[in-house]
Structure formats: structure tokens, C-alpha cells
Design a protein around this ligand. Structure first.
Ligand code: PBG
Length: 327
């Protein structure tokens, strides 16, 4: 290791051209997945109070958003549904409606912007009256009964034209069951992006308002989502999901879990995505609205941090805003 003054690390930092020349990680529009909230009651859109700048989109507004994504070069959109509360029940039956909001949203995006990839969350929480991701009996979330439903939910999404199935429920065995069902039904090209390392996090708060599950959620999700204190367990989750047939994996939340992104991307060498979740988005927007931080700058810095940690890409509500800066 050479020492000062032979080595002056500031030499390379002195000009814009030399900083650009030695830059190690580059964020591009190809790294962005746009998280969108769709609604069957919004016409055309409804604001989400806890997420300034994010709106629930009716289907017409979703078509406009898909065209915007295509124009901006954003590779894919991830759909999260806010359904009419009247349609919720204890088992989340509406998740299995082939003419429900999500299948309609998939077709809307595919019609408006055929070159934009569509990613769908697989879980029951937007559809259940108790706000949990699975079937609940006597206060317990039943694993295998839930997997059975999630598999059917995934097939309905694939049938509607979804490109990437993204189970976000953290039940055991759901990736294997989903892969098997997709193969049996001829969906051999449908990709699976597993929310493999998903933590029981307080950072999901604003999302629960966005999809309308917050007010109803009974208890917490600690019996299926991971303890924020754990790392080795995340590696086991990922290993199992890859074994069961996942093509890509995700870490969630994002910024507070960059160490997990790094460990997973290094250990497995598979496309590892990070989800910059609603609470991360809301914190940046809130501080920026108060003039406490430069919002655009912090947005770009946080997105670059994901790349530095080894993420293949980032699911983010900031996608169109960041893409505008990048293109
Ligand atoms: C639920 C799901 C959640 C998010 C995506 N899918 C919330 C939860 O697990 O409670 C959170 C997304 C965000 O906070 O932006 N299956």
C-alpha cells in the first residue's frame, strides 16, 4: 500500500471527467422496476396520503403510466392492487377471480405497452378482511392451505399475461408449488421473482394505506416474515427458493438491508433485486417536502447505493422520476 504523498486519492476526484472515468457503479434506467398501485375505484386517480407523489391508478391512468414507462425505457412495472373493500373476505377469494383487478391491470399494461414487462405480487393481503398474506384460522396463518391458493392466484396471473410471478407472502414451499403448477399448465417461460428475504418490517406502513390493508391488519406478520436481526436465515431462504425454481430473488425492504443484498448477490450470483419500499419512499419525500434534504439528490444516491451493494435492479415508486433524470 503506497502512502501519502505518493498516493493522494483526491487526485482522481479533482475534475468531473476524471470522476466519471473512475466511477465504479452506474445506475441506468435498465435498473428500474416501477411499483404502481392500481385501483378498481379510482377514476382516474386517487392520492395516497402517506406517499406524496404516488397515486392509486384506475385502469385508464394505468394505461397512460405504461406508455410513459415504455417511452422512458423503464423495463418493467410491478402491480399492487387496492380493491373495493366490499370484495374482501376472510380467505381473500377475490385473488382467485380471473376477471379481477389484477388480471385486468395485466391486460391493460400489455395492450398499452407490449414491451414493458409485467410483474405481479402473489399474496392474499390486498384481498383479505384481516390484512394477512394467507388464510387465517384461529389466529394462525395456515401455510399449506395458503400455498394452495397462491398457486392458483399465480396461474390466473400467468393466464392473464403476467411475465413475472413474484410471491411476496413468505409461506414455505410456495416457489416449488408455483413452479410445478406453471410447468403443468404449459407456462414454461413464466419467470418467478421470489421475495425470498422479506423481513417483518415497519417500513411497509405507507403501503398498507396505499392498498387499504392497514386499518384492518390484525396483529403482525412475524410468524411468516423474517426477523430483522437475521442474516443466515436469509441465505437459507434464498437457497431454498432457487432450488425450488425461482429465476430471481428479492430483498425487502431495501436500504436498511443492503448488507443482505450484498451477501446474497455474492453467495449465489443470481439476479438479486431490492425493493425500496413505501416507508423508504415516504421518508425521502417527507424530508424533501420540509426542505431538510434535496429529494432528487437523495433519491439518486439511494438508488445508486443499491447498485453498489450488488443489486441487479430496484423496485421503486421513484422509477419514472429517476428515469427522467437518467434519460
Ligand atoms: C404484501 C406486500 C407488502 C409489500 C409488498 N407486498 C406489505 C407487507 O408485507 O405487509 C410492501 C411494499 C411497500 O411497502 O412498498 N404481500
Amino acid at each position: 500500500m503506497s502512502t501519502f504523498p505518493a498516493t493522494r486519492l483526491r487526485r482522481l476526484r479533482q475534475a468531473d471527467w476524471s470522476r466519471r472515468l473512475v466511477q465504479e457503479n452506474v445506475l441506468t434506467v435498465n435498473d428500474l422496476i416501477w411499483a404502481v398501485v392500481v385501483s378498481d375505484t379510482a377514476d382516474p386517480t386517487e392520492p395516497v396520503a402517506a406517499m406524496p407523489g404516488v397515486e392509486r391508478l384506475g385502469l385508464k391512468a394505468l394505461a397512460d403510466a405504461a406508455r410513459r414507462a415504455e417511452q422512458l425505457g423503464i423495463p418493467a412495472m410491478a402491480i399492487f392492487p387496492h380493491i373495493d373493500p366490499e370484495k374482501k373476505d376472510a380467505d381473500g377469494s377475490e385473488a382467485l377471480n380471473p376477471d379481477g383487478l389484477v388480471p385486468k391491470a395485466i391486460k391493460t399494461i400489455k395492450d398499452a405497452a407490449p414491451n414493458v414487462g409485467v410483474i405481479c405480487d402473489v399474496a392474499l393481503d390486498p384481498f383479505t378482511i384481516h390484512g394477512h398474506d394467507g388464510v387465517m384460522k384461529d389466529g394462525i396463518i395456515l401455510n399449506d392451505e395458503t400455498v394452495n391458493r397462491l398457486t392458483r392466484q399465480a396461474l390466473i396471473q400467468a393466464q392473464a399475461g403476467c411475465d413475472v410471478i413474484a410471491p411476496s407472502d413468505m409461506m414455505d414451499g410456495r416457489i416449488g408449488a408455483t413452479r410445478e403448477a406453471l410447468e403443468m399448465e404449459g407456462f414454461t417461460d413464466t419467470m418467478i421473482l421470489s421475495y425470498a428475504a422479506k423481513y417483518a418490517s415497519g417500513f411497509y406502513g405507507p403501503y398498507r394505506e396505499a392498498i387499504g390493508s392497514g386499518a384492518v391488519l390484525q396483529g403482525d406478520k412475524k410468524t411468516y416474515q423474517m426477523d430483522p436481526a437475521n442474516t443466515e436465515e436469509a441465505l437459507r431462504e434464498v437457497a431454498m427458493d432457487l432450488e425450488e425454481g425461482a429465476d430471481m430473488v428479492m430483498v425487502k425492504p431495501g436500504l436498511p438491508y443492503l448488507d443482505i443484498v450484498r451477501r446474497i448477490s455474492e453467495a449465489f450470483g443470481v439476479p438479486t433485486f431490492a425493493f425500496q419500499v413505501s416507508g423508504e419512499y415516504a421518508m425521502i419525500q417527507a424530508a424533501a417536502a420540509n426542505g431538510w434534504i434535496d429529494g432528487d439528490r437523495v433519491m439518486m444516491e439511494s438508488l445508486t447505493a443499491f447498485k453498489r451493494a450488488g443489486a441487479a435492479g430496484i423496485i421503486t415508486y421513484f422509477a419514472p422520476k429517476a428515469a427522467e433524470i437518467l434519460t
